[in-house]
Design a protein around this ligand. Structure first.
Ligand code: CA
Ligand code: CA
Ligand code: CA
Length: 444
């Protein structure tokens, strides 16, 4: 097709079928080299085989240089479950004709805590009336397809299309709710009409080649950036993703963050997770409490290091862990500890704690963040149900680092002393702790 030379153009390919398609590529090139530049960044971009959606819309930005003709080529490559390519529509337009969408955070654009729990609402204007807009934040999860927190969470407005869509109203306005990430970000929230007609944020990335625009991915004018801080208190309920998570009347953080055996990525991306490995989860169901019923486990030969990024460096934090398994037989050994590690996390190991099946133990100790604000806690031959980190030494209160109240603060010598397994605090129900004659081999 004919295009104006020497200006950035956006190409949007809408691909799919009622049958699954896979291993498809879309190229943008010139008559002399039609497959020089690939739109899709990888072979999975347009895959719909074994997905819940049947269509995928994807955009990228190209610059044809002195060429006035571009060629778009669609192919299906060897492999995959399907040997046909299909395409439903293509939109090509100068980047200046991508109608700008404007996003606004309800309540004002503010820096908020990356708690992984709170849902923030955003409104958008400038869309084509009654159009379909894909909301695509790099972190966080879009969970509400309208701008109304009072009517529950509306699901993805178009399950047939990859990603989370919302519909604009007759005036081109739309809204959505997004659950905060656990990482520090910051993030640019992208929103784009599935046809490519309007957008804000980031377009692409494309697979690359000589026609790639000068920035890849391409940032549209006036993007919306959301900044975060790391929370001063983290409460984590380990268990399968999407499982039951606990809540109570804690005045600071009434909700626990559900977390599975996923790996730590980085401070900006997730701010917490298991270092260097991913672990399995279990859920024994009722009648155990939401915290106790499920957890993460590892084998005796594979200790688990859980890292949490906290806002303050070189600061003592109170850490409470709850350990046990509602279903396991007596004799299982657990060895929690926060141990010297290769990245400067320091602490004294706690060893020999044994929690019989059907019981759990709560253990509180102080750990000091390193120069980057990181805490790392090692669990050996254990399962862990939940974890809380806060700046006060008492697990029943919330607070900020370095400011324990006089009535609750322990002497510094007591806070620095390693906890004894025999002193651990009983949990709410029938849990108790016993001193083990020594570490025993755990099973999972
Ligand atoms: Ca809603
Ligand atoms: Ca969708
Ligand atoms: Ca749990």
């Amino acid at each position: 097709m004919t295009v104006a030379p020497n200006q950035d153009i956006q190409v949007t390919a809408f691909m799919g079928d009622v049958f699954g398609r896979d291993h498809m590529n879309v190229y943008v090139g010139t008559p002399g080299n039609p497959t020089s530049t690939k739109l899709n960044p990888n072979l999975g971009t347009f895959d719909t085989t074994s997905q819940t959606y049947r269509f995928s819309s994807y955009s990228g930005v190209f610059n044809p240089g002195a060429n006035t003709t571009i060629v778009i080529t669609i192919e299906t490559t060897f492999g995959g479950a399907n040997s046909f390519w299909t395409i439903n529509g293509i939109d090509v337009r100068p980047i200046g004709l991508v109608a700008p969408l404007t996003l606004t955070k309800v309540g004002g654009n503010a820096t908020v805590a990356a708690d992984g729990l709170t849902i923030d609402y955003y409104t958008g204007v400038g869309a084509v009336p009654n159009s379909e807009v894909t909301i695509n934040p790099p972190l966080g999860t879009v969970v509400d397809a309208d701008g109304n927190p009072g009517n529950g969470l509306q699901p993805d407005a178009d399950p047939d299309v990859k990603g989370f869509q919302v519909f604009a109203d007759a005036s081109g306005n739309f809204g959505f709710g997004m659950r905060r990430p656990t990482g520090l970000g910051p993030i640019t929230i992208s929103a784009e009409d599935v046809t490519g007609a309007a957008g804000t944020g980031v377009v692409g990335p494309i697979g690359g080649g000589p026609l790639a625009a000068s920035t890849n991915p391409y940032v549209l004018p006036n993007p919306y950036s959301q900044a975060y801080t790391l929370p001063s208190v983290r409460r984590i309920d380990f268990g399968p993703a999407g499982g039951v998570t606990a809540s109570d009347n804690d005045p600071t953080n009434p909700l626990y963050l559900g977390f599975d055996g996923s790996s730590y990525a980085s401070t900006p991306v997730n701010g917490l997770g298991w270092v260097g490995a991913a672990f399995g989860t279990f859920d024994r169901g009722l009648p155990s409490s939401a915290v106790q019923r499920d957890g993460v486990f590892g084998a005796a030969t594979t200790p688990g290091d859980f890292e949490i990024d906290m806002p303050a460096a070189n600061t003592p934090y109170s850490v409470t862990v709850q350990i046990g398994d509602p279903a396991f037989q007596p004799g299982r050994a657990v060895r929690p500890g926060h141990q010297p590690r290769d990245r400067g996390v320091i602490g004294t190991p706690v060893t020999g704690l044994s929690v019989p099946g059907g019981q759990s133990a709560s253990l509180t100790f102080t750990a000091t963040s390193d120069a980057s604000g990181r805490l790392r806690i090692r669990f050996g031959a254990t399962t862990v149900n939940g974890q809380r980190v806060s700046g006060r030494p008492r697990p029943s209160r919330c607070g900020r680092p370095r400011r324990p109240s006089p009535s609750t603060a322990r002497p510094s010598s007591a806070r620095a002393r390693p906890p004894s397994p025999g002193r651990c605090r009983p949990t709410a129900r029938r849990a108790r702790c016993t001193r083990s004659p020594g570490p025993r081999r755990g099973r999972s």
